[in-house]
Write a protein of this length. Structure first.
Length: 159
């Protein structure tokens, strides 16, 4: 049998985001892994040192899973980045919008075209905006890099 608490506690969880549930599930899996390793150490199937190394390796991977989104959040929630939107990429955007685009591209790399057009979105996305054919055409043409030239002004307006 795998080690377990003598007095386990049941807690009802509720999250506003599907990411909360995914995080809780990752923690449950990590907990089981740690208990399994500690069981193997207790049964002398694994040395103390190997058990600690195994837990540390898995723990590092789990921690790394959270570091990148924390970095994204820290940067995207800065006051000057909050207004960032698809409009910032369009021709005719003001200088502040172009600065936001340059900052976003410098921090995160070029925005994938499928994400920009909405073709690729998280399963749980509640975005219900369907772009018109003209808007979609413009989104396909617009530059997603920080220093590229915008498409010709005849392309129209979007969002």
């Amino acid at each position: 049998s795998v080690l377990a608490s003598r007095s386990p506690v049941t807690v009802e969880l509720g999250f506003r985001s599907p990411y909360g549930y995914a995080t809780a599930e990752a923690i449950v899996e990590f907990d089981y892994h740690v208990r399994m390793v500690k069981t193997l150490v207790l049964k002398d199937r694994m040395s103390d040192e190997a058990g600690r190394a195994e837990i540390r390796a898995i723990g590092r991977g789990l921690r790394a899973l959270f570091l990148e989104p924390i970095r994204w959040e820290r940067n995207l929630l800065r006051e000057e980045m909050l207004p960032l939107s698809r409009r910032d990429f369009l021709p005719g955007a003001d200088e502040a919008a172009r600065q936001r685009v340059r900052a976003a591209v410098a921090l995160f790399g070029e925005l994938p075209r499928k994400v920009f057009t909405g073709e690729e979105a998280p399963r749980h996305s509640q975005r219900r905006v369907t772009p018109t054919a003209a808007e979609l055409r413009l989104m396909q043409q617009v530059s997603l890099g920080a220093d590229a030239e915008p498409p010709p002004p005849s392309a129209g307006q979007l969002l």
